[in-house]
Design a protein around this ligand. Structure first.
Ligand code: OGA
Ligand code: NI
Length: 342
């Protein structure tokens, strides 16, 4: 479905809220500007295990994750036609009347469901966004009553998509180990089995004042890696490097993958979890789907042995249930990764 569907049905949630959307963060002055494109390579994922070109592609991957903390990948084994289906069920859901969407509304005490606003403290502005937040793994943590039944194929597609990303994430964890000349399973073993996955469908409706409101405030992800399907036609995601913002081009069929705090810890800071944000525009709605991969909360994570050396001392503590420290730290106005540093 074309994003026109989104334009025709701009979110009523955002319009309904008589709250203050005027964003006053330190980067507010750069809203409504059009920064340069990010300089990251597009990695051909199918080449990573090739005996002939694998090494070069692994180097490209490693260098992008080291310098920017993000990369775009193609030929990742997930059929772009299937990605379109995932995108389509998301857009169909957001296109439903508000009353229908509210059947899946978030309940108190849980983050899952529709209409999530991540408000870290009372004096913050709202993000110009509607979200559908669903834990997809482990399966016994799924709140199926909040998984839309409209469109009918939604649950099945999200289930299938979760399995595909789980596999891709395993391949990536192995690839980065090879890229760093480490034992192939060192990250994967620490990540462990019974991991957690969280999917969030984000809808950024057209916004009358993209210079004043923000789609998603600057943040870093608490995941190991984050897998993003961007809107195929509408840009909006930006990454920060050396205090500058850079926008991410749209490459249909590609994933944007970014380093999360937990792989920063496991890589002893070689890969940095980048700050990113989403800006809005007046013309067109944008939908994205993020999938966050987290280790099981009972699993301890720490820098892998091979990356702690005489010249590179250990920089991070052993952490467990990292996501539980996230909210607490944001409320104090500091990045959770700071709490993990030695
Ligand atoms: C997020 C995020 C980016 C986007 O949900 O954490 O960074 O493009 N989303 O929606
Ligand atoms: Ni993010």
């Amino acid at each position: 479905m074309a994003p026109a569907q989104v334009e025709e049905t701009p979110s009523k949630t955002v319009q309904e809220l008589p709250k203050n959307y005027i964003y006053k963060g330190g980067d507010a002055g750069t809203l409504g500007t059009s920064p340069s494109y990010i300089d990251i390579p597009t990695i051909d994922f199918s080449l990573l295990s090739s005996p002939t070109c694998g090494k070069k592609e692994l180097e490209k991957l490693c260098s992008a994750l080291t310098s920017w903390g993000c990369v775009q990948i193609i030929n990742h084994g997930i059929d772009p036609a299937f990605m379109d289906k995932v995108d389509e069920v998301g857009k169909q859901f957001f296109g439903l009347p508000l009353e229908e969407k509210k059947k899946y509304a978030r309940e108190n005490g849980s983050y899952d469901g529709y209409m999530n606003h991540i408000i870290d403290s009372k004096d913050q502005a709202f993000d110009w966004i509607d979200r559908l937040h669903l834990v997809t793994k482990p399966e016994d943590k799924r709140q199926l009553k909040l998984w839309p039944e409209n469109p009918q194929s939604f649950r099945e597609i999200l289930h299938e998509y979760t399995a595909k990303i789980e596999k891709l994430n395993e391949m990536l964890l192995k690839a980065i180990a090879r890229a760093l000349n480490l034992e192939e399973n060192c990250f994967l073993d620490m990540y462990g089995e019974e991991a957690s996955m969280l999917s969030i469908f984000n809808l950024y409706p057209p916004c009358p004042r993209p210079d004043l409101a923000i789609g998603l405030k600057p943040h870093a992800d608490a995941s190991v890696f984050t897998y993003l399907i961007q809107d195929k036609e509408v840009e909006g995601l930006q990454f920060q490097k050396d205090d500058q913002w850079y926008r991410v081009p749209v490459i249909p069929g590609a994933f944007v993958i970014n380093v999360g705090d937990q792989i920063e810890i496991m890589s002893n800071g070689i890969f940095k979890s980048p700050i990113h944000r989403v800006v809005t525009n007046t013309e067109r709605g944008r939908m994205s789907l993020v999938m966050f991969c987290f280790p099981n909360p009972n699993k301890e994570i720490e820098p892998v042995k091979g990356l702690v050396t005489g010249t590179r001392p250990r920089l991070y503590k052993t952490m467990k249930d990292y996501t539980s420290i996230v909210v607490e730290n944001y409320q104090k106005g500091r990045r959770p990764i700071e709490a993990a540093k030695i």
